[in-house]
Design a protein around this ligand. Structure first.
Ligand code: ZN
Length: 309
């Protein structure tokens, strides 16, 4: 079985008229229930991240300013990142949700998990919220896996259409976390050139594969696979984490590359096969982008299908 972390608290992050809204999860829950997939998942409860855990990645100043804005009832943090009264609990439970999923996958019997959380996380840097993201859920998850479970090397795959700049910033000088990101380029947030490969001890442990707006789905998948069999082949991680964005989907309203629904099953299968080879199939993925509320549920269903044998 695949584990699922979901909680209604994620709906309480009220962004108003905004592409990153609660309908994304409402529609996906309804779809997974209708197709019967919901009952085939092992449901793992979310929990809230503690200040200490947020501090694995974020500065005290950042954590405290997010809390302060929440206490004031919310507001815009930048041009496109907004908080409501309920956003803090949602964000703490999003970061805590991925840690709960990692605990479940490390303990077994489930070997993979999907965290259907909001707000997303991969743009949040150690010091700032940005790009709809408050805390960097996947980065906090990676540090948790290392500290709590003693897993030395973590492989992070980010196939969101936007570059995972916050995750890259977190691990740029760290050889214990290999980050591989595919993303549209040039595009928001502007980073992710293939010359960005890490620094110091981390040199070579950041792998960016920028994609042009006109990349075909075949080219995208071939480039994706070539990193798993190339630069990532000898990394030997103890766990694979996935920043699963679904905004490289062809009909995404704010992202969009050429990917079709079934391509998310293919990408998942490639990652799962990689994990089978290196870490007993252990993969935890977490929702990042994906803004076509009509088709996102089917993209997520395809992702979950990719975990199955
Ligand atoms: Zn995105």
């Amino acid at each position: 079985m695949t584990a699922l972390v979901y909680d209604d608290v994620y709906l309480e992050h009220d962004t108003g008229p905004h592409p990153e809204n609660a309908e994304r999860l409402r529609a996906t829950c309804a779809h997974l229930k209708k197709t019967g997939m919901w009952d085939k998942l092992a449901h793992v409860p979310a929990r809230k991240a503690t200040d200490e855990e947020l501090g694995y990645v974020h500065t005290k100043q950042h954590i405290e300013s997010i809390k302060r804005v929440a206490q004031c009832g919310g507001g815009y943090l930048d041009m496109d990142t907004v908080m409501s009264k309920g956003s803090l609990n949602a964000a703490l439970s999003a970061a805590g949700g991925i840690m709960a999923a990692i605990d479940a996958v490390v303990a077994g019997p489930e070997s993979d998990a999907f965290c259907m959380v909001r707000p997303p996380g991969h743009h949040a840097t150690p010091t700032h919220a940005m790009g709809f993201c408050l805390f960097n859920n996947i980065a906090i998850g990676a540090r948790h896996a290392q500290r709590k479970h003693g897993i030395e090397r973590i492989f992070i795959v980010d196939w969101d259409v936007h570059h995972g700049n916050g995750t890259q910033d977190t691990f740029y000088t760290d050889p214990s976390v290999l980050l591989f990101s595919t993303h549209r380029y040039p595009f928001y947030p502007g980073t992710g050139h293939d010359t960005e490969t890490g620094e110091g001890a981390g040199k070579g442990f950041t792998v960016n594969r920028p994609m042009s707006y006109d990349v075909t789905r075949e080219e995208f998948i071939a480039a994706f696979e070539s990193v798993l069999t190339g630069p990532a082949a000898n990394f030997n991680p103890g766990l694979v984490l996935v920043s699963a964005g679904f905004d490289a989907y062809i009909h995404d309203p704010i992202g969009g590359l050429s990917l079709e629904v079934e391509d998310f099953e293919k990408l998942t299968r490639l990652v799962k096969n990689y994990a089978r080879k290196h870490c007993r199939g252990k993969v935890v993925s977490t929702l990042e982008g994906g803004y076509n509320t009509r088709d996102l549920p089917r993209c997520i269903e395809a992702h979950l299908r990719g975990f199955a044998e």
